[in-house]
Design a protein around this ligand. Structure first.
Ligand SMILES: Cc1ncc(COP(=O)(O)O)c(C=O)c1O
Length: 402
């Protein structure tokens, strides 16, 4: 095989820098201030809203908590029914739908965006549909003008999961500004990291107040609206005003320390994202398009991972890819986002049956023949080119038997 040596290429590198640690140290000295959710969290939320282009944001302790809160808020405001979800996404996107009592309705994916097949989404909307809960997979925009117009016309709320796509755009707007609510994750291998963390963003004031309360036990005093607090107090004179629980909420708050790291990281997010985009284009432009899919929807994309999907279902090439990556120290994940076809997972087979996954062939191809590889700002161009040569040299079943 090629002269490529160990590439020493992890999924993510240096996402939390000494500058972030210094920001935390400065905050902790000389006197340790309040560390539970307070003014730093508030400042991070405001800076995030400004960066994204929305009115309100709510910082929580993970992207999964963001998923759970958005589905809970949806239930509180619109009631129960069906939620249309992707077959390729993270477990908590589907788990939150089920945990809140909605019926998940699945659609296959578009091979170019890895997001939901929009034609199927529109076919599956009924009078029972409460929302389309769409995931932008690994930095690729999954929206188009048609779905936005149709959802608006049919009055179906859109919830965007942008946990894997911070900074990606559709047209001149960032993903996460199109939905009624949008979710972000700041877990370590994402575009930026608060160690653990997540954000929910919205332009809807009622949802914002609901999400704030849901984040903290459903407590009314978490609402910023004096009028809302007064209304609850008036309606419940037998209750201590500090302890009125409007919803069966959660405690998914984060801390001041996580917010400090987030504020420090946000300063370099755009700059890092530019480098990631250059990396992805270099990767896709140098891959052999006869063996691998290179026609991803890159316009406006912003990826923290390279998507590597075999063009045809070729188990020999697939084995060779995995062996080559392992031998050359390139960390990877199978199935792209979330481990592939969610309908093959035991937690979901219990809900939808053992055979449901068979109806979604496009995601099943990605499940078996798709991978992702880390894309971080300091990744050297030379390494990317070496990886492409390595992958392009690999042979599959045609060549193997031929
Ligand atoms: C699309 C998507 N949604 C939600 C999550 C959950 O985020 P977290 O790991 O912060 O809980 C992830 C996690 O990686 C994700 O990829």
């Amino acid at each position: 095989m090629s002269g490529v040596q160990n590439l020493n290429w992890p999924l993510m590198l240096n996402n939390i820098l000494p500058a972030d640690a210094r920001a935390v140290a400065d905050f902790l000295c000389p006197e340790v201030p309040i560390l539970t959710q307070s003014s730093q969290v508030e400042a991070f939320e405001q800076e995030w809203s400004q960066w994204l282009g929305v009115d309100f944001s709510v910082f929580v302790n993970s992207g999964s908590s963001a998923n759970l809160l958005t589905m809970t808020a949806l239930k509180e405001i619109f009631g129960l029914g069906e939620v249309i979800v992707p077959t390729l996404t993270w477990v908590s996107d589907i788990a939150s739908v089920i945990q809140c009592g909605f019926t998940p309705v699945f659609v296959d994916i578009n091979p170019r965006t890895l997001g939901m097949d929009i034609r199927q989404v529109l076919q599956k909307i009924t009078s029972r549909t409460k929302a389309v809960f769409l995931t932008h997979i690994l930095g690729y925009n999954a929206l188009d003008a048609h779905i936005l117009a149709e959802l608006e016309a049919r009055k179906v709320p859109l919830v965007e999961d942008v946990c894997e796509s911070h900074g990606a755009t559709f047209g001149d707007r960032k993903l996460g500004t199109f939905g009624l609510m949008s979710n972000f994750s700041f877990y370590y291998a994402h575009h930026m990291s608060t160690i653990e963390g997540g954000m929910i963003s919205t332009n809807d004031l009622q949802l914002y107040e609901t999400l704030r309360m849901l984040r903290s036990h459903g407590m009314v005093r978490e609402s910023k609206s004096a009028e809302l607090r007064k209304r609850y107090r008036g309606k419940h004179p037998d209750l201590n005003p500090d302890f009125i629980f409007a919803f069966a909420g959660y405690n998914v708050r984060s801390t001041e320390i996580n917010a400090i790291i987030g504020r420090s990281q946000l300063k370099r997010l755009d700059e890092n994202n530019k480098l990631r985009t250059e990396n992805l284009l270099l990767f896709l432009n140098n891959l052999d398009s006869e063996k691998y899919r290179t026609d991803f929807a890159v316009e406006g994309s912003c990826n923290y991972a390279f998507t590597l999907v075999l063009k045809s279902p070729d188990p020999v090439l697939c084995e060779n890819v995995m062996r080559a990556l392992q031998q050359h120290g390139v960390e990877f994940r199978r199935g792209t986002s979330g481990g592939g076809n969610q309908l093959r997972q035991p937690y979901l087979k219990k809900v939808v049956g053992d055979k449901e996954f068979e109806k979604y062939p496009v995601v099943d191809h990605v499940h078996f023949y798709g991978f992702y590889i880390g894309n971080y700002p300091g990744l050297e161009r030379d390494k990317i080119l070496q990886l492409c040569s390595l992958l392009n040299e690999l042979t599959g079943k045609e060549q193997y038997h031929g």
